[in-house]
Each structure stands twice: as structure tokens, then as C-alpha cells.
Design a protein around this ligand. Structure first.
Ligand code: ZN
Length: 686
């Protein structure tokens, strides 16, 4: 084992030492930190149940594990290499086991209960009381309070559910991989050249003639959107919408798994003393009850419906008159939509991109944050994991540093896909000193092209600009917190269905002419984006927004009802329930063979069960919060610093230290309203 001072993962005195961390540091550091953590837990259950003697040592030890492992996980995500992957995978089970043990530690639970009922508890700050309450809640939901017999059954159910979820996802993947279609020249009509090239190469790899298409999205979607041959689209649609069903290989059929998962979840909920699984799922969320969620979705559906009906009517009319498709089917809708969109709004991503060079966009983004929150953002020095990475400091109006962040924008082979924000260090007061927060912002944008005449800046699509604003919104939530206790500082402890508020909120500024104009400069002419082009982008933004919204609501209602009022013992299947939901919600109906639930991985293979509504829920909050800034646009514009200060004080700064519903009310002065979301989607006149 390396001495502590030689192992950079055991150095918590400042920023992560990315230049020094080597794969061989990981196991010794993690082993030592986990041993320290276990020793601290043992001491804690014997300590006096006070904040200082019981909670603080646990927080310190667990923070060190989180910080060290966070650096390893971060490097694994952005600088993957075979030796690092090996140590990551070798250490992950140890870390997971540690957290599971902690969550089920009966003695800790008892100790938290004593603290929660003590005289000291009522004198603790809001943040500290919330941390204790959250701990008690999580122990209870983990079955810690059950008598031995029920605890055993609870563990059995958890294990079986984990197995079923993994099998569900595997079946979807296997069924997806099992299908392919090879087409000839006559069938390629309409499909873009770059897609065809990839399909040609895929066929060659199989030693086959023609072009190969599969059910993976980058292959499937372009066929559905562009292929002129209707029979090809229908064939692909059938294969895609019957994946993992009784129409394919019996061992990949997910229907029996669904029929097992739903009652098991209900049984688990009943063990914990709840009526149904939705009640359990909603305990740590902002929404109060399944009936509240269903009423919310129903209201949104009712308002979106006329727009969705208009969308469908337009699409049918367009298909009939311009595409000679008299009976629009599910496999025609994406194709006809794409044709209608291209006809109505003639501009390309490629054209828009020329106006968004990296430096202008990044400066524009920082200017928004600086104007709203009266901070200054400046580049600074720190050890980095790659030369592409940049590091910045946030200072308040007095010049004091309040946060720091890394920005790693470009895609590379060693980085996983997507864009995300992660915390490196969380704000807290430690032995009197404030530890300032540090965040990672990671994206997968295209890097600058080097040409013989020197390098051109990286150019971003408008979608990429939205992504950058979104992730920076998560970053600001982490960095602008004023909470001094780890468990509810920044995004820690914020409800799942409210955590996307600050991120989606930031996206709105990218649709604001006064803001956007300032962050554009044509890469060759140096001119800002023309208003006519911006207006076309804005119009295209809401193309078929009614249809898109109803589709999301259909999934969310199905999910919520399946886990609340649906009785798995009454003889109906999940598919029957979906048919019923569609009768109430949908305006476009798929063919009877469609088996959507069999590949609904969010709720059967992932963590979204009785939580799919969260997407729309958080969108309502972010749109409504943003409308407070729109209301200021007559006086100081949307970058109004007074509204910004209130948003920071009531939403960003408080993190998880109070319920999100309270924070929202404190900022907006009322309950959330769906009006702003509808207006932003073109469903209410501005
Ligand atoms: Zn997000």
C-alpha cells in the first residue's frame, strides 16, 4: 500500500490531482477509505446520538469515499483506458456493497430514530433536520423497520425485481439485435447519402449485397423518416413495435415478465404498509399522490388535444394531397411529418451552425449567468485530465470565490456519450471553514477542425447550444448553493421530479432573440444571426408539439395507472390498460399488433416506474419559473437581476434543504401553473 501522502486519491486538501492519479492508486485508496468508513460506522453506533458526535463523523468519512470514487468514476467516463476500466470494474462492487450495507444498517437506523426524537432535533437548522428526516425515510423505504419474516420477503422481492429488470432489458436488446433487413437499389429512394453509406458498409461487413438496416435508432429512424418505399417502412415498423413480444422468439417475450413485475411491486408496497407501488415511488418525490399526478396529466392532455388534433389533420391532408397516401398509418407518420417540416421551414442545422462558434457561445452563456446572479466567471488554473479541458472560477460581487468548474466539451473515443453535470466537491462548512463547490460539465460536441490555413473554431448546432445551457443550469444549482451541510447541499436531496427545473430553465434563454443575437457571430462574415432565420427556427420549434405532448402524456398515464389503480389480480393485462389509456388520450392509434409495453425500458428495466410523469412535471416548473423573467421583459429584459437574485435565493441556493414545492411557491408566490409551458409550446397565444 502506498503511504497516504503519495496516493493522490487520499489527498482531500484541494482540487482533484488529475495529473497524478494512476490506475494503481485506486484499489489501495478505496480499500483504505472503505475500511475507515466501516470503522467510523461502528464508532458512530456507539457514539452519543447528537449531530456532532453521530452525524458529522459519518458525513466526513462518507464524503471522502464519495470524493475519491467520484474522481475514479469521472475518469472512467471521460478518459477511459483498459487499465482504468479494469480497476474501475474491480472496485465498483466493493463500493456498491458498502453503500448497500450502510442503507440497511439496523443500528444506524435506531440511532437516527433517537436523534430524530431528541430535544436537540428541534433546535437543528432546517437543512440538518431535513438530512435526518431523509435518512429515516430511506431506511424505512429500504425495509429496515419490518419484522424479520417480512424483511426476508422484502429482500427476496428486491432481488427478483432486479433480476426481472435486467432480463427485461436483455430481451429488448436481443430482440433488437436479431432483426435486420437487406434492401436493393430500388428501395434506397429518399434515404440520405450518409445513412446509405453506413448501411452499405454494414452489409459488406456481413458479406452481403445491398444495404443493411436494423432496429437501432441511427438506422431505424432515418428509414421511417425518409424511405420513399412504404412497404419497407411498414416492415421496419412491424419489427420495431413487436420486439420482445409473443410474435418473436418465446424466450424473449417480455409479457410474462411484466405480468410478474407489476404484482411484485404491489406486494413490496403492501409489505411497507402502502396501498400500491405508486405511493412508495412518490414518497421521496415532489408530487403528493397518484391522483394529483393523474389530474395534472389529464389537464395537460385536455389542453394539448386540440393542437394534436390539428397536427393530425394537417398531416392527413398533406399526405393525401402531396404524398398520395390516402390512409395515413403509423409507419407513414414520421415520413409525412419530415416532408411537411422540410416544406414549411426551409433551413438546415448546417446553416444555423455557422453562427455559433464556441468562444462566442461560451461567453454568451457566462454573460447570462453573470447578469442574472451578479457573479463573475473567469478562466483559472487547475490540474486537468486532458488538454481539451478548461477550468473556471465563479466569484461574487465582492470578489470572493464561491465555486469552480471544469468544462470538457468535445467528443473523443475515451469519453462516454451524452452530456452531463457531475459534482467533484460539494459545498459545506467543515470545522468552521466553507468548502467551495466544484462541478464537472461534460459534453460530446464536435471539436475544432484544423485546416491548412490555421484552425477553425468549433461550431455548435442550436441543439448543442441548448444542451450546454441545460448542463450549465445543473452546474449553477450545484455551485450557487448556500447550504452548509452535505446531504442537502446543491442538488443533493432535491426531489427527482424537480431536479430538472434549473437545467430546463436555462434552455429558455436560447430561444430569446435579445440573448441569442448576442451569442452569435458568423464564422466567416462575423455577422450576428439574421432575424428571419431566427424566426424560422422559432416557428419550427413548435412543429407538431401537440402530438409530441400527447404521446408523452399517454406513456405517463399508462405508467402511473399501472402502478396505482390497476389491479394485476383482476385478469386484465398491461396491454389492455394501455388500450384503455389510448382511448382517453391518443389522437393517432397504432395497429393492434403494437406491443409498446414490451420494450418500455424506462419503467420495466430502469428507474422510472411511477415516475415517467417527472419529465412533464419538471417542464411545467421550469417554464413557469422562466415566465417570471418574461414578465420583466418590458422593463429590464429577461436578464433581470432582481428576479435573478430571487431565483437564486429561493431555488438554487436552498438545494434540498426544503421541499421543492415550498421553494417554488417562495419564488413564484403561488402554486405552479401549466400556462407558461403551453405558451412556450405554441398552445396559448403569447
Ligand atoms: Zn438534466
Amino acid at each position: 500500500m502506498l503511504p497516504q501522502e503519495k496516493n493522490p486519491l487520499l489527498d482531500f486538501s484541494g482540487l482533484p490531482r488529475f495529473a497524478d492519479i494512476k490506475p494503481e492508486h485506486v484499489a489501495p485508496a478505496i480499500d483504505q477509505l472503505l475500511a475507515d468508513g466501516r470503522a467510523t460506522t461502528e464508532a458512530a453506533v456507539r457514539a452519543k446520538p447528537t449531530w456532532d458526535q453521530f452525524v458529522v463523523p459519518l458525513e466526513d468519512a462518507n464524503e471522502r469515499i464519495g470524493r475519491a470514487w467520484g474522481q475514479v468514476a469521472h475518469l472512467h467516463a471521460v478518459m477511459d483506458s483498459p487499465p482504468l476500466r479494469e480497476v474501475y470494474n474491480a472496485n465498483l462492487p466493493k463500493v456498491t456493497k458498502y453503500w448497500t450495507e450502510l442503507g440497511q444498517n439496523q443500528e444506524l437506523f435506531e440511532k437516527y430514530k433517537v436523534l430524530g426524537g431528541s430535544k436537540e432535533f428541534s433546535s437543528l437548522s432546517n437543512a440538518r433536520r431535513k438530512i435526518v428526516e431523509n435518512a429515516l425515510r430511506d431506511f424505512r423505504l429500504g425495509g429496515a423497520e419490518l419484522p424479520p419474516e417480512k424483511k426476508r420477503r422484502y429482500a427476496e422481492i428486491q432481488e427478483e425485481l432486479a433480476r426481472l429488470a435486467a432480463k427485461f432489458s436483455e430481451n429488448v436488446l436481443d430482440a433488437t439485435n436479431a432483426f435486420s433487413v437487406f434492401i436493393d437499389k430500388t428501395q434506397t429512394s429518399g434515404i440520405p447519402e450518409d445513412i446509405l453509406q453506413a448501411a452499405r458498409e454494414a452489409a459488406e461487413k456481413d458479406g452481403k449485397e445491398g444495404w443493411k438496416f436494423t432496429l437501432h435508432m441511427p438506422s431505424y429512424l432515418p428509414v421511417m423518416q425518409y424511405a420513399d418505399e412504404r412497404a419497407l417502412r411498414e416492415k421496419m415498423y412491424y419489427a420495431g413495435s413487436t420486439r420482445a413480444s409473443e410474435f418473436g422468439k418465446p424466450e424473449w417475450d417480455n409479457a410474462p415478465l411484466i405480468a410478474r413485475i407489476v404484482p411484485l411491486r404491489r406486494e413490496m408496497a403492501r409489505l411497507l404498509g402502502y396501498q400500491n407501488f405508486a405511493e412508495v415511488s412518490l414518497v421521496p418525490k415532489m408530487a403528493q399522490s397518484s391522483s394529483q399526478v393523474l389530474a395534472f396529466l389529464d389537464d395537460l392532455a385536455r389542453r394539448a388535444r386540440p393542437f394534436a388534433e390539428r397536427d393530425v389533420e394537417e398531416l392527413r391532408e398533406f399526405s393525401r394531397t402531396e404524398l398520395q397516401i390516402p390512409d395515413l398509418q403509423a409507419w407513414d407518420a414520421p415520413y409525412a411529418s419530415e416532408k411537411l417540416r422540410a416544406k414549411r421551414y426551409s433551413f438546415s442545422d448546417q446553416e444555423v451552425k455557422q453562427y455559433f462558434p464556441e468562444d462566442v457561445v461560451v461567453r454568451g452563456l457566462f454573460r447570462v449567468a453573470e447578469a442574472l446572479y451578479q457573479v463573475k466567471i473567469k478562466e483559472a488554473k487547475a490540474p486537468l485530465w486532458h488538454p481539451d479541458v478548461r477550468f473556471f472560477e465563479v466569484r461574487d460581487s465582492s470578489g470572493a470565490a464561491i465555486g469552480q468548474f471544469y468544462v470538457d466539451l468535445y467528443a473523443r473515443e475515451t469519453k462516454r456519450g451524452g452530456a452531463w453535470m457531475d459534482d467533484a466537491i460539494t459545498r459545506r462548512r467543515k470545522r468552521g471553514q466553507i468548502q467551495i463547490p466544484v462541478a464537472y460539465l461534460n459534453c460530446n460536441f464536435s471539436r475544432p477542425l484544423s485546416s491548412p490555413s490555421g484552425s477553425k473554431p468549433a461550431l455548435f448546432t442550436h441543439d448543442e447550444v441548448l444542451t450546454l445551457f441545460h448542463e450549465f443550469g445543473h452546474g449553477l444549482h450545484h455551485l450557487l448553493t448556500r447550504v452548509e451541510d452535505l446531504g442537502v447541499s446543491g442538488i443533493n436531496g432535491v426531489e427527482w421530479d424537480a431536479v430538472e427545473l434549473p437545467s430546463q430553465f436555462m434552455e429558455n434563454f436560447c430561444w430569446e432573440w435579445d440573448v441569442l443575437r448576442e451569442m452569435t457571430r458568423h464564422v466567416e462574415t462575423g455577422l450576428p444571426i439574421p432575424k428571419v432565420l431566427f424566426d424560422r427556427m422559432l416557428a419550427a420549434k413548435n412543429f407538431q408539439s401537440g402530438l409530441a405532448m400527447l404521446r408523452q402524456i399517454e406513456f405517463a398515464v399508462f405508467d402511473m395507472r399501472l402502478h396505482s389503480d390497476f389491479d394485476p389480480a383482476a385478469g386484465n393485462s398491461a396491454l389492455d390498460l394501455l388500450a384503455e389509456v389510448r382511448q382517453q388520450v391518443a389522437v393517432l392509434f397504432p395497429p393492434a399488433y403494437n406491443r409498446f409495453p414490451n420494450s418500455f425500458g424506462h419503467i420495466f428495466g430502469g428507474g422510472y416506474a411511477a415516475g415517467y410523469y417527472s419529465y412533464k412535471w419538471a417542464e411545467v416548473l421550469s417554464a413557469d419559473a422562466y415566465s417570471a423573467f418574461e414578465e420583466m421583459s418590458d422593463s429590464s429584459g429577461v436578464l433581470d437581476p432582481r428576479t435573478g437574485a430571487r431565483f437564486r435565493d429561493e431555488i438554487l441556493a436552498v438545494g434540498g434543504s426544503r421541499p421543492a414545492a415550498e421553494s417554488f411557491r417562495a419564488f413564484r408566490g403561488r402554486e405552479p401553473s401549466v400556462e407558461a409551458l403551453l405558451r412556450h409550446n405554441g398552445m396559448i397565444a403569447a
